[in-house]
Design a protein around this ligand. Structure first.
Ligand SMILES: *Cc1c(COP(=O)(O)O)cnc(C)c1O
Length: 430
């Protein structure tokens, strides 16, 4: 298992930011989500410090669907980020965290009337329109509230980012956004721009997630800018804001080769500056929206090993006290992870195991074929890089209570989300 910033081994035992992982089991419980707060802050700062331009304003939004809770949003806000929200629940969480809602962007391909009304009432700064169903509704709500709402339109560039089928978002038949190759888009933009209570600012494009090829991002910039230029010329509308989404790839296993983030961001800005000159755009603001790359590597999940079982066919299973309810990503995407036995970090890794959860599904796997030292019941197993799309995708399948979340920093730990109890599971049962 790759040791990220803040992870250390002392006397064969793993610690994160000066906290012995074994102590976290004693103090809290397993399974448990653990985040290294220093690493969260570091990632925020890499984005803020490297995605800067003298030609236009820049803004980093935290795509909060990756991991939304009050404390992580407080950190994002404190570090100077804005926030990307996609539901009433995410808006509500952001408000309760104290987020300046003028720095919130409301996304989604099917925002409900209730969500839109709420977003406008609480002052969400910008609404990202996905389709022609939305703009008239928003205009009506804005009229009623006597407000003028900033909007940008999500466009689909048709760029094939080389990533998993389910996390590509810009193919020509994607459910997200409006294709730039569909000529009716000009009428749509013209209509949006005519609405009395909408302030049309520009475009948003997000080509997918867990992307490692810089060229995909650069290509998207070009397509978006070329299109922006066309719109300016054809409709006489000034494009002021462009949002290029997130999707920056991260390390899960040594099969992933992410680019060095700080350097990439500097190259990215340069491409954006150059292309905006090529296409004669006079941009006011350029935005990106990382989710995974801000939080993924800062998070790990700690489990206690129960049974260790060899099947008739020869596969050796390690069973842990969580599974697809706290991390559905193997079941969804066959996502890969690294793992380690926290209390045996110095021991030779001589056995190949499959780590399986406790849920009643054959697909309830966490890691296939990982080399570990000889595993015994009671060992503590840590899966790294679970900071994104784990807590936020977790469920109560099999009536498993959701896990607590603990932040560690410089030798101390604190609970930021309580674990659910079985009583919590009955909270809404009648
Ligand atoms: C999910 C999403 C993001 C963040 O994607 P990551 O791969 O987590 O960086 C950004 N923008 C939009 C619109 C998204 O849907």
């Amino acid at each position: 298992m790759k040791l990220f910033n803040g992870m250390n081994v002392l006397n064969g035992e793993l610690s994160i930011s000066g906290v012995r992982v074994g102590d976290l089991k004693k103090k809290y419980r397993t399974p448990l989500y653990i985040y290294d707060e220093n690493l969260l802050e570091k990632q925020c700062r890499i984005f803020i410090n490297n995605f800067k331009s003298s030609k236009f304003k820049t803004e980093i939004l935290y795509a909060s669907k990756a991991f939304s809770c009050l404390e992580v949003l407080r950190i994002a806000s404190r570090e100077g980020l804005g926030v990307d929200v996609v539901s009433l629940g995410e808006i509500y969480t952001a408000i309760k965290s104290g987020f300046d809602m003028s720095k919130a962007y409301f996304h989604g391909n099917n925002k409900t009337l209730e969500e839109l009304a709420y977003a406008i009432e609480v002052g969400v700064g910008t609404i990202v329109l996905d389709n022609d169903y939305e703009y008239e509704i928003i205009n009506e709500i804005a009229k009623k509230n006597n407000k003028i709402i900033d909007v940008i339109l999500r466009i689909n560039t048709g760029i094939d980012a080389h990533t998993h089928e389910y996390i590509k978002t810009a193919k020509d038949d994607s459910k997200f956004g409006y294709s730039v190759y569909d000529d009716t888009i000009f009428d749509l933009i013209d209509d949006i721009n005519r609405q009395s209570h909408l302030n049309f600012l520009g475009f948003h494009s997000h080509i997918g997630s867990q992307i490692f090829e810089e060229s995909s991002f650069f290509e998207a910039v070009k397509v978006v800018m070329e299109f922006s230029k066309k719109v300016q010329d054809k409709l006489n509308i000034v494009i002021k804001v462009l949002n290029f989404g997130g999707g920056f790839g991260v390390y899960y296993t040594d099969a992933d080769k992410p680019f060095e983030l700080a350097e990439f961001l500097q190259r990215f800005i340069k491409v954006i500056e150059e292309e905006s000159e090529n296409f004669d755009l006079n941009l006011n603001k350029v935005i990106i929206e990382p989710g995974r790359s801000l939080v993924c590597n800062a998070g790990s999940t700690l489990y206690t090993v129960g049974g260790v079982k060899k099947t008739f066919a020869g596969r050796e299973y390690v069973f842990v006290d969580g599974g697809m309810a706290d991390n559905p990503r193997y079941a969804l995407y066959k996502a890969e992870y690294e793992a380690a036995i926290v209390n045996k970090m110095d021991k030779e890794k001589d056995t190949v195991y499959t780590i399986a959860g406790k849920c009643c599904e054959s697909g309830d796997m966490l890691v296939m074929d990982v080399k570990l030292p000889k595993v015994e019941s009671g060992d503590l197993l840590l899966i790294s890089s679970t900071g994104a799309y784990n807590y936020s995708m977790s469920s109560n399948y099999n009536r498993l209570p959701k896990l607590p979340v603990v932040f560690v920093k410089n030798g101390s730990s604190r609970l930021v989300v309580k674990g659910e109890t079985v009583e919590d599971l009955l909270r809404n049962d009648i």
